[in-house]
Design a protein. Sequence first.
Length: 291
Amino acid sequence: MNRGDLKYQYARLNVAEKLIAINVVVFIINGLFPFLLGLHKNSIVQWFQLPKDFFDFLSQPWSIITYSFFHGGLGHIFWNMLVLYFAGRIFLNLFDGKRFLNVYLLGVILGGLFFLLSYNLFPAFFGVNAVLIGASAGVRAVLIFICAYIPNQEVRLIFFNIKLWYIGVFVVVMDLVQMPYTGNAGGHLAHLGGALLGYVYARQLLNGRDIGEGFSKFMDGIANLFKKKEKKAPLKTVYKKTKATEKSKKEYGKEAHQRKIDAILDKISKSGYESLSKAEKDFLFKAGKED
């Protein structure tokens, strides 16, 4: 498979699948390159992991996000990516990729802040040498978001069906119970931060408020800094009316499409996902794949 084929296949992935691909590539590079070059195994990850010390964090502030792309072992990345895949499928049947990224990245950030604050505030962690890596906080945010947004939706779990809110409660309780015993208190704290973000985001969205709107605008502003300025098209005034008409039709189509999505989401918030007809479920699934 040549480079063009890989680029095409990557472009076809939805945003959750792209995150999985990026995490897998980073995992391979982080393990393979130090080994082949005879370097220390932490020679790459040390620049991207989130340190517990606040002043160390100030020297590499990007680590509040980059820590989430590195994992400590095969089992660590496997379970994170597995949950991200299935939770992402449900999420993207309801919302677009931009909102998915909002929830995921805000979960990563809040999870990192929970880790930082806890290791600098609670005496139990004083003197403990720890760093944070892994996508768990972002994955928890996405999972708990859907558990809070459509709590009564049933999903198949191996041999039986279970409502999403049961899964959400189980996941959070397990983090709380395991924190003192597993030797990974920092990881569990990050999980709880991500879970809190996902829950609050979903409940606020059900009340008509998107708490990630400001973050989305901020990320759009950063992305625009890296975009090249488009060249002015020749004879622009000759085609001005035609282009305006085409743009108007396109925007109208998008608005109608979004209105239909909003109507279905409103139905879900009032009656649950199971109240949708097959046609409505198919429409949401296709809309999620397009985004």
